[in-house]
Design a protein around this ligand. Structure first.
Ligand code: NI
Length: 399
């Protein structure tokens, strides 16, 4: 038997308030990547209350199954970590952990997936596919997905669905689109080594501040002069540290940054261009550059065309409204690691309240319009409906 729209909508309505309560509960207790112990414990408790057996991951995170014991399996994934941000929302359920905040909506992701789990558990006997819930740790530091993949989390999975709440899109705006959606993210750290000394005797020194400054300006021309203008790419320097005092020439400077792109050819070029500039500039000034470049901290997030078509159709049918078009984002998302193993779809979900000022994800005042939680629940349910169709198609093909 297949899940029907009427039943799903009715059931989703019954978890609407529960999803809000869950979101607020998790909002109070943000924890950083791989330290989500309380979060994991509470997710396990909520799963047990639903009659679902949790299988904890190492060191944090949890997965669980609903539906048939074997067969075609769709994974539904929510990331669960918070950020090192001090919350300034003034909400009654604001963070109780100093210097930690759910400033990226992952509290809403947990609530959306638990809400969907409640509905799916009730309809378990009607499910023709197996559902694997994945509550993934440590998305923000790009390490979580790769870490739990090594624990075999996708070994028994055929396809995967995930979503992200974004406050700069209005609540109700949902994008489920095929192809590249989020960028490959590389990061680099460069230590310029010079020779320090007196500010009044620059000729006796090798000024690391000047090397770093030259490097920062030089990389600005990589995208504008070396990347095909029809391609998307980003080179951003996020931090620069040098020197201790106005009259001391710095012997050392540290620069950190990130490159973003969608295609391997571009990503490779960005890496070469950054490394070449760092080495040449250091050499030019008579210093040295120690370059640590992490290529592919995560790969580009690319939605599978066939699965996207099925999921998008099911989402539109379930929500009863048209999906919106959103441009791809130059942000990174480690969901992309899963897509290197199985077909996957990742949706963008608007959570901005049009009547309130918009604070972007990661801002200390970031908040969500909680109506988006119902959308999140419905999207997970729609993905399961799509998998049921997917699965039938597969069987037909194999016959
Ligand atoms: Ni996030």
């Amino acid at each position: 038997m297949m899940l029907t729209r009427e039943i799903l909508l009715k059931k989703a309505e019954t978890v609407r308030e529960k999803a809000v309560l869950l979101r607020r509960e998790f909002h109070r207790i943000p924890e950083l990547g791989f330290a989500e112990t309380e979060t994991t414990e509470r997710i396990c408790r909520h799963l047990r209350e639903l009659g679902i057996t949790p299988h904890p991951l190492e060191p944090t995170g949890v997965c669980a199954f609903i539906g048939p014991e074997e067969g075609y399996t769709i994974a539904l994934r929510a990331d669960i970590d918070g950020l090192p941000v001090t919350e300034k929302t003034g909400l009654s359920f604001a963070s109780e952990h100093a210097g930690r905040m759910h400033a990226c909506g992952h509290d809403g992701h947990i609530a959306g997936l638990l809400g969907a789990a409640a509905v799916l558990k009730e309809l378990e006997d009607a499910l023709s596919v197996r559902v694997k819930l994945i509550f993934q740790p440590s998305e923000e530091n790009t390490k979580g997905a790769a870490h739990i993949l090594k624990q075999g989390v996708l070994d028994d999975v055929n396809c995967i669905f995930g979503l992200h709440l974004f406050s700069d899109k209005k609540v109700g705006e949902i994008s489920v689109e095929e192809g590249p959606r989020m960028a490959q993210t590389d990061r680099f750290s460069i230590k310029f080594q010079g020779r320090g000394g007196h500010a009044g005797k620059p000729h006796q020194c090798v000024d690391a501040t000047v090397m770093a400054a030259d490097f920062v300006m030089s990389v600005q021309s990589i995208v504008s002069r070396e990347v095909n203008p029809l391609e998307s790419a980003v080179v951003t320097i996020g931090s620069l540290h040098a020197g201790t005092q106005y009259n001391v020439i710095a012997g050392e400077a540290q620069v950190e940054g990130t490159c973003r792109s969608f295609r391997e050819e571009t990503a490779r070029h960005l890496k070469e261009a950054v490394e070449k500039r760092a080495a040449h500039i250091a050499d030019y000034y008579g210093g040295k550059a120690e370059i640590a470049y992490t290529y592919g901290a995560h790969p580009p997030l690319i939605n599978d065309a066939r699965m996207t078509a099925q999921v998008a159709a099911c989402v539109e049918s379930l929500l009863g409204r048209r999906l919106t078009h959103e441009e791809p984002l130059m942000l990174g998302e480690d969901f992309s690691w899963y897509q290197t193993k199985v077909p996957g779809v990742f949706a963008f979900v608007g959570c901005g309240n049009p009547e309130k000022p918009c604070f972007p994800n990661h801002h200390p005042c970031f908040d969500i319009d909680e109506r988006a939680l119902t959308d999140a629940v419905l999207l997970h349910l729609a993905a399961v409906c799509a998998a049921e169709k997917f699965c039938v198609c597969r069987e037909k093909v194999s016959v």
